[in-house]
Ligand binder design. Structure first.
Ligand code: PMP
Ligand code: GLN
Length: 385
């Protein structure tokens, strides 16, 4: 047996287990309602399940082509053109990934070199900064401005240096539910114009926007799209987070480099699911109604917590709602979240865990991709605190 010294030198010495795993585990231990990790508690379409079974029976059980099943890449190209008026070549500019997480990691790995700087907006989805660090890059954080969590573009300008390699954006935004507006995208486009900066745009919630707002994909902005990799997730769109299937679109010169890392991470994504998704995507009705569907849930949850001491700004998109507990406690977010799960059997995510260094806004994130019955039970708990 090999003997290691007391402390083994590793690449992420200060990183703990993901907050989603921690809170979900706590929810299990305490038999609590789990509004922490973002996943729906309702079923995947039986039509889609049947399609997966059909393709398994048909024998689509061996490796898919490295960039993805051609029919699915075609369907993604049609969808992207239809929604954003942007044309991507399925042969060279679209790759199916093992979830958006792998797409994000492959994109960062392909482009971020030792000591390159990557601008990340905080609060930030938990995988971005570790992925930058694992590739030897340096995350330069820029805080979104509460209460609407908007971007201060003047500050971003100040943070750009000749080492800036990448800017990561995410709209609709996890965990705040805020949206980038047309003006934000135009500001970003001006900022990166004539630079070597690559934009990584995490758009996994592209179909989940409320109050009739339109998703501002970077694909809509040719000046941005030519230097952007856009990451999407079928897990979010089709209520199948456990399938871990997503995709990345990018111009050919970026996609060529992306595929070099993708091929050695997973080689390809799950084959029968890709065949099934290719067929399912033929009907845009399968994703078009998602905004109103989740808006009903957001509104139901917000109305149900109206009588509580928790306050909020309604989420503009995603299936997450932040609630402010300042009127209840001045505890740190993690302490309050632990108390809530232990004493009241309700699990939520402290927004502090989306910051690289300590932070306390007295905000917890609640996932409302749940049945009304579950949301009602959760709201009753909050109303009694
Ligand atoms: N980005 C954001 C903002 C997310 O919320 C998630 C969570 N699903 C992901 C990426 C990862 O997506 P996937 O499950 O497809 O890997
Ligand atoms: N995206 C999901 C969330 O924000 C969780 C993904 C995960 O568990 N890693 O809750």
């Amino acid at each position: 047996m090999m003997h290691f010294p007391d402390s083994i030198s590793t690449k992420l010495p200060n990183t703990g287990i993901s907050i989603f795993a921690v809170m979900t585990q706590l929810a299990r231990e305490h038999e609590a309602i789990n509004l922490s990790q973002g996943f729906p508690d309702f079923a995947v379409s039986p039509v889609l399940i049947e399609l997966v079974a059909k393709h398994m029976r048909k024998g689509h059980n061996q490796y898919a082509p490295m960039p993805g099943v051609p029919a699915l890449r075609e369907a993604i190209a049609v969808k992207t053109e239809r929604l954003y008026g942007a044309s991507y070549d399925p042969q060279q500019e679209i790759t199916v990934t093992a979830g958006a997480t792998q797409g994000i990691y492959a994109a960062i790995t392909a482009f971020v070199k030792e000591e390159d700087e990557v601008i990340v907006f905080e609060p930030a989805y938990d995988s971005y900064i570790p992925a930058v660090k694992l590739n030897g890059g340096v995350a330069i954080t820029c805080k979104l401005k509460a209460p609407d969590f908007s971007v201060d573009w003047e500050e971003v300008k100040r943070l750009v240096s000749n080492r800036t390699r990448m800017i990561i954006i995410n709209s609709p935004h996890n965990p705040t539910g805020s949206l980038l507006k047309k003006e934000d995208l135009l500001q970003l486009e001006r900022l990166v114009n004539n630079s070597g900066i690559i934009v990584l745009s995490d758009e996994v919630y592209e179909h989940i926007l409320f109050d009739e707002q339109q998703h501002e994909s970077v694909c809509r902005y040719p000046g941005l799209a030519q230097r952007s990799l856009v990451c999407c997730s079928f897990g979010k769109t089709f209520h199948a987070t456990g399938w871990k299937t997503g995709y990345v679109v990018a111009p050919a010169n970026l996609m060529t480099e992306f595929r070099k890392t993708h091929q050695f991470m997973v080689f390809c994504a799950n084959a029968p699911i890709q065949h099934a998704l290719a067929e399912f995507l033929q009907d845009p009705g399968h994703y078009e109604g998602l905004g109103p569907f989740f808006q009903t849930k957001r509104d139901y949850f917000l109305q149900a917590v109206e009588a509580s001491r928790f306050t909020y700004t309604p989420a503009g998109g995603t299936y997450f709602q932040l609630l402010d507990y300042s009127a209840v406690s001045d505890e740190e977010e993690m302490d309050f979240a632990r108390w809530l799960v232990k004493e009241h059997k309700l699990a939520a995510v402290p927004t502090a865990s989306f910051y690289n260094k300590g932070h306390n806004d007295h905000l917890l994130r609640f996932c409302f991709a749940k049945s009304e019955e579950t949301l009602k039970k959760a709201a009753d708990i909050l109303c009694n605190i």
